[in-house]
Unconditional design. Structure first.
Length: 227
């Protein structure tokens, strides 16, 4: 049966809005000037895995609306270099070079390389996610594909001993992706920050200690779209 726009849908919308407005992380994001509650996911990951320090060069993949870029700017300081990219527009963040392009395209990767001006990258973070279709196998494949692209970029641009943080959904392909990441880094952890909603299938692979070497295409699922 079609969803009654004046019935169940409205009740769902009201329940979601109530939860959103009373969410601790939403309120704290507003108080601290972050653009979304997602800022606290990166803050938690940094607290646990010691990812950020002043003077770093960091690439932020899937950066809009910019909350991760805000946290990165705070923690790498004026001496750091930050390059962010998203297919969606992002309001400027002071000290962050933003590129509005589709990361899946070769021209986007070239634009990031140009912005880096030859600097080796200390950390790649990816909060990219597919535009969800509601078809779980397709959404999962697209999530893994974006994570694979982030891994390939990291392998091509990280300095030796650099780190990677990449979001992916729990499900098919995650184990294979984790294995591919483990083949390139000294340590890999699967993290579920407290700021990530309980019902969300998202997790973050935190990879520490890049071993070096150029990338090869990662075998796995393919797809397109982000949110």
């Amino acid at each position: 049966m079609p969803l009654n726009p004046n019935g169940r849908k409205n009740r769902f919308d009201k329940a979601w809005m109530h939860e959103h407005l009373h969410d601790h992380y939403v309120q704290e994001a507003k108080r601290r000037g972050y653009r979304s509650r997602a800022a606290f996911k990166l803050i938690e990951l940094d607290a646990r895995d010691k990812l950020l320090h002043p003077g770093m060069t960091v690439v932020d993949l899937g950066s809009a609306p910019g909350s991760w870029s805000q946290v990165l700017r705070e923690r790498v300081g004026r001496s750091g270099t930050l390059v962010a990219i998203d297919v969606l527009p992002m309001e400027p963040v002071a000290g962050v070079t933003f590129i509005q392009r589709d990361f899946r395209e070769e021209t986007a990767v070239a634009a990031i390389a140009q912005a880096l001006e030859g600097r080796p990258v200390d950390l790649v973070v990816s909060d990219m996610a597919p535009n969800l279709s509601g078809i779980e196998p397709a959404d999962q494949a697209r999530s893994v594909h974006l994570a694979e692209l982030a891994l390939e970029f990291a392998v091509d641009h990280l300095r030796e001993d650099g780190d990677l943080v990449v979001k992916v959904f729990q499900g098919s392909g995650l184990a294979e992706l984790q294995k591919a990441v483990a083949g390139r880094f000294a340590k890999v952890y699967v993290r579920k920050p407290k700021a990530s909603r309980d019902r969300s299938r998202e997790v973050f692979l935190v990879a520490k200690g890049f071993r070096g070497g150029r990338s090869q295409p990662v075998a796995g699922a393919t797809g397109e779209g982000r949110e």
